[in-house]
Write a protein that binds this ligand. Structure first.
Ligand code: DQA
Length: 143
C-alpha cells in the first residue's frame, strides 16, 4: 500500500477562522477528514502532520526517510523563507508536491518566492483544499 505524508505548516491549523476570503470556511479538522476519507477510498495509507514550528516540520520530513512514498506539503509562510525546509525535502529524496490553498501567484510580491518548489515535482495553487487531493492523485499516478 502506498504511504503518503501530508504536511501543513504555520497557521494552517487556523483554517476556517483565518482570512476566509483567501482560505475558505473549511476548518483544519474538515481538511483532515476530507483527506482521510479520500485516501481510505483509494486504498492509500496517509499520515497528516501540522506544526507552526519550522524545526518540527524539518524533523517530520527527515522522519519520512525510508518510510514514505510521497509527500504533500503546504509550508504556509515558510514557503517564502525557509531554506531549511527546502534542504530537508532535498535530503530525503521522496517525490514531493507543493500545495497552496490560495492562488499565491496573484497575491503579494513576498509570496512570489518559493524555496521548497525547487525540490518539488509539482506545484498546485488556488484550488482550495481540493489541491491536496490533486497532489495525492499526482503522486499515486507517478508511482
Ligand atoms: C498558503 C499561502 C502562503 O503565502 C501563506 O503564508 C499561508 C497559506 C496557502 O495555502 O495559500 O499560510 O500557503
Amino acid at each position: 500500500m502506498m504511504k503518503i505524508l501530508v504536511i501543513n505548516g504555520p497557521n494552517l491549523n487556523m483554517l476556517g477562522i483565518r482570512e476566509p476570503d483567501h482560505y475558505g470556511r473549511e476548518t483544519y479538522a474538515d481538511l483532515v477528514k476530507k483527506i482521510n476519507n479520500y485516501c481510505e477510498l483509494k486504498g492509500i495509507e496517509v499520515k497528516l502532520f501540522q506544526s507552526n514550528h519550522e524545526g518540527a516540520l524539518v524533523d517530520e520530513i527527515q522522519n519520512a526517510y525510508g518510510n514514505i512514498d510521497g509527500i504533500v506539503i503546504n509550508p504556509g509562510a515558510y514557503t517564502h523563507t525557509s531554506i531549511a525546509i527546502l534542504d530537508a525535502v532535498k535530503s530525503v529524496n521522496i517525490p514531493t508536491v507543493e500545495v497552496h490553498i490560495s492562488k499565491v501567484e496573484e497575491r503579494e510580491e513576498f509570496r512570489q518566492i518559493s524555496y521548497v518548489r525547487l525540490a518539488c515535482v509539482k506545484t498546485i495553487t488556488g484550488h482550495g483544499t481540493d489541491g491536496y487531493l490533486e497532489a495525492i492523485d499526482y503522486l499515486v499516478g507517478s508511482k
